[in-house]
Design a protein around this ligand. Structure first.
Ligand code: RB5
Length: 150
């Protein structure tokens, strides 16, 4: 898959390790910054990654900020983006399988590098279930999105 990776200064310490892992897993990485630890605003990077997903330039995205929370809130404002903050491996794969999550958020101040890598592996290794109940529920999420975002 083609995977966008973006972070703010809070997420920057994890970015290099995540990029290396994603490449090692055989995926192509699109690095959307930030490129150093200078303070920046997380919505700018969540938006870059979310738009890359929305436009179909990448299959999925990973956004890292300090807590992962701000990135998740911002990314979920973009139509067609289903972002989740996952700090455990179960929700990282279950979010894709049941909820069609296409943008993973991580907090570099919350999880260490080894756990973050396991979470990324779980996220990238999962696919959205064809099971009727998950498709039906996702359809309802899309209906809310349509009503709210047009
Ligand atoms: C930046 O200090 C921090 O607020 C940001 O990385 C993130 O944690 C926001 O949710």
């Amino acid at each position: 898959m083609r995977i966008a990776i973006a972070c703010d200064h809070g997420g920057f310490p994890l970015k290099k390790d995540i990029i290396e892992l994603v490449q090692c897993l055989g995926h192509e990485v699109v690095d959307l910054g930030t490129m150093d630890a200078t303070p920046v605003d997380y919505p700018d990077y969540a938006e870059k990654a979310g738009l890359a997903v929305q436009r179909g330039e990448v299959d999925r995205a990973i956004v890292v900020c300090g807590s992962g929370v701000g990135a998740c809130v911002a990314a979920n404002k973009i139509k067609g983006v289903y972002a989740a903050l996952s700090h455990d491996t179960y929700s990282a794969h279950q979010g894709v399988e049941h909820d069609n999550v296409n943008l993973l958020c991580l907090g570099a101040r919350i999880v260490g590098v080894e756990l973050a890598k396991e979470i990324v592996k779980a996220f990238l290794g999962a696919t959205f279930s064809q099971n009727e109940r998950f498709q039906r529920r996702f359809g309802k999420v899309k209906a809310i999105e349509q009503r709210q975002l047009g």
